[in-house]
Design a protein around this ligand. Structure first.
Ligand code: 1PR
Length: 540
């Protein structure tokens, strides 16, 4: 064994565990990979970040002969930490993958969240812990939230009470952390839970650190439960010198007006991402806004941006732009799944699909809503899970005099169009808003949910960069039409715009760019305003 500062990592290659590696390294530990069952037996501290689907994970563990090794290791009460699926696999089995047996170390089965309760599923975001037992593991958490992303959950019961350290509430209590002796596991992602998460990981790795922790702080009086997320977005592209810069447009035009006509440069992507992490962004999104025309795997700087950003940013990272299949100049074909895989390997937690989703939905609608498994959304969702697939919509408002004149989802607007129209719908565009298609935003959102997307990033070309608030009518129409979480985007100019979108729509998150880049409104001011308005926001 490699001593005190070594962690053995069980990575069976089904997803992004880069952030777990980065977090372990950040805490000053080196990583030894599990390459055989013997490595499990020889571990001093074993970390098991489960990714992918339950059935597939069990299948790989069985194939490699790890199941018995894991059971023996855990029965011997050796230091073990499971994360997310790595916790669920400790239970007897799961409803996921058509019903499947687990390691059966903790009593109980894993089930899907109830979608009839009107709550978006997956459960994505920062939620409070309800502490059931004092523990070293969670002694440093104080009253901070942690980051969850999952569609399935275990339920606390008298049978597993001696295991359950903490629950969280999402339409009912579910198991958030378990521990017995040296074996622990969390449903949430400590490696994505900011400073609170790093403290939890460190408490597992270093018992002295845990022992120094104060007793769990009493809950404060702030609004509790799943926080509405505040996301900082970096639109990234090469400037005319070929350097990757963060840019920001007005209604998608990113060039300076006047004689220079240069791409607006608001800073370096890695630096800005680090700044937003420090300032309390709940997520950071990178959009490679020219990805539709450049092949992203040729765009190595973007992958490098992700690699570097993920070394210091311990909240979820999303990357979009150019996620689609592609044949390069030499005739080599890459599937959208391969493109996405490269992004995940480089540190992305989610990929965001824009133009390709519109084309996929056109195909889906033309075929009478047939799913043949060929679209990027379906492929990536199947391998990495729905929560890893965001669909980014770039809609434009279209005014109509009479809803009978269009087949699209129309809304009676509180405003009027240029010719006195009272009705409107939102047309989806591709190629960064350059080309409108015959699909509306509501139609697209419903279709991509059916195809397996886990979240919608809802931009608005009319509102982008204008600073007059989100398009409430658009966000309401889309968030009412789907059960997956919707991120409202485009138009934030003041903290009040965030409370407005959360009060008037079912949006789960709100994203902004310009006001944060130009330091007009600090992220903390948005969060404080939300909490003061009775809307739960993560402040620590
Ligand atoms: O089509 O899969 O290659 O993805 C391209 C991605 O790039 C899409 O997600 C698309 O939204 C984005 N994109 C393309 N062109 C632009 C552009 O600005 N010219 N940016 C663009 C989209 C919108 C938001 C922005 C918010 C908030 N930018 O990301 O950050 O509107 O801005 P604000 O707070 O300043 O109002 P594909």
């Amino acid at each position: 064994a490699g001593g005190d500062r070594e962690v053995t990592l069980l990575d069976y290659g089904a997803g992004n565990v880069r952030s777990v590696r980065n977090a372990i390294r950040k805490l000053g530990y080196s990583i030894k990979e599990v390459e055989s069952a013997a490595d499990i037996a020889a571990a001093d501290k074993l970390v098991f970040p489960g990714v992918g689907a339950f059935g597939q994970a069990m299948h790989i563990l069985q194939q490699r002969g790890y199941v018995e090794a894991l059971r023996d290791y855990i029965h011997a009460d050796r230091p073990f930490m499971g994360i997310c699926l790595g916790m669920q696999l400790l239970f007897e089995g799961s409803e996921e993958s058509g019903g499947c047996e687990g390691l059966a170390l903790v009593p109980g089965r894993v089930t899907h969240f109830d979608t009839t309760k009107g709550l978006p599923v997956p459960h994505i975001g920062w939620n409070d812990l309800i502490i059931k037992h004092p523990s070293a593991l969670l002694s440093q958490v104080a009253d901070r939230r942690v980051y969850f992303v999952h569609s399935y959950h275990a339920t606390p019961s008298p049978e597993n009470a001696e295991w359950v350290l903490a629950t969280s509430d999402y339409g009912g209590e579910f198991v958030a952390a378990v521990q017995r002796g040296n074996v622990c596991a969390t449903q949430f992602h400590p490696e994505k839970s900011g400073a609170a998460g790093l403290d939890i990981l460190r408490s597992f790795l270093d018992p002295q650190f845990a022992a120094a922790g104060a007793a769990q702080a009493a809950p404060s009086s702030r609004p509790r439960g799943l926080a509405k997320r505040v996301i900082a977005c970096l639109d990234v592209r090469a400037n005319d010198n070929g350097d990757l810069v963060v840019t920001k447009g007005d209604q998608y035009d990113v060039r300076e007006s006047g004689s220079t006509n240069e791409v607006r440069n608001l800073g370096k992507p890695v630096e800005l991402a680090g700044r937003y992490f420090d300032e309390g962004a709940d997520e950071v999104t990178f959009l490679n806004i020219t990805g539709f025309r450049d092949f992203p795997l040729g765009d190595l700087p973007m992958l490098e941006v992700l690699r570097q950003a993920s070394e210091g940013v311990f909240v979820p990272l999303t990357v979009g732009g150019g996620i689609r299949e592609f044949t390069d100049g030499s005739g080599k074909h890459y599937s959208a799944l391969q493109v996405a895989a490269e992004y995940f390997r480089s540190g992305a937690d989610k990929v965001s699909i824009g133009s390709d989703a519109v084309l996929a939905v056109e195909q889906y609608l033309a075929s009478g809503k047939q799913k043949d498994g060929s679209t990027a959304i379906e492929q990536i969702s199947r391998v990495y899970g729905a929560q890893a697939v965001v669909v980014s919509i770039d809609p434009k408002r279209v005014w109509v005099a009479d809803p009978a004149n269009t087949t699209h989802h129309c809304v009676k607007s509180s405003k009027t169009g240029p010719n006195g129209e009272q009705w409107c719908w939102w047309q989806c565009t591709v190629k960064g808003g350059r080309e409108g298609r015959d699909v509306d935003a509501v139609q697209l959102a419903q279709a991509v949910e059916d195809l397996g997307a886990g979240e919608i990033l809802l931009n608005c070309i009319d509102c982008d960069g204008v600073g007059q608030g989100f398009d409430i009518e658009l966000v309401a129409a889309v968030s009412d039409a789907v059960t997956i979480p919707v991120i409202a985007s485009s138009g934030a100019g003041a903290p009040e715009h965030f409370s407005e979108v959360f009060q008037k729509t079912r949006a789960a998150a709100a994203l902004a760019a310009g006001i944060f880049h130009r330091r007009e409104v600090p992220i903390a001011a948005v969060k404080d305003h939300l909490n003061e308005s009775g809307i739960p926001a993560r402040t620590a």
